[in-house]
Design a protein around this ligand. Structure first.
Ligand code: H2B
Length: 97
């Protein structure tokens, strides 16, 4: 079990994740990724899926051709938690690598 971040912690975390935006209902953070084609988008999703399984923390996401929309929220906490922040960082790191 993990706690929902309070306002101060949320603001600190988001300052470090400029590509992600805060969303409501469910409370979480989201980012849109655009790739060259479906194959590149799906390869990215496969890598995120492995991260998600390792962390036991899974994205709410959708894919349309070369676009992947990811929403990270912690169902167990009813909002944004440190697990979402950690996952966002790990996803960003995939792209930086
Ligand atoms: C039982 C299991 O650990 C939980 O359901 C995990 C699995 N993956 C999860 N993923 C996300 N995004 N939020 C959760 O609260 C969550 N909970």
């Amino acid at each position: 079990m993990v706690d929902r971040l309070d306002d101060a912690a949320r603001a600190r975390a988001l300052a470090d994740l400029p590509e992600w935006r805060l969303v409501d209902e469910p409370e979480g953070i989201s980012r849109r990724f655009i790739f060259g084609d479906f194959s590149a988008a799906f390869a990215f999703m496969a890598r995120v899926a492995l991260l998600a399984e390792k962390a036991d923390h899974h994205p709410d996401w959708s894919n349309v051709y070369n676009r992947v929309d990811i929403l990270l929220t912690t169902h167990d906490a009813g909002g944004l938690s440190q697990r979402d922040i950690d996952m966002a960082r790990a996803i960003d790191a995939l792209l930086a690598a």
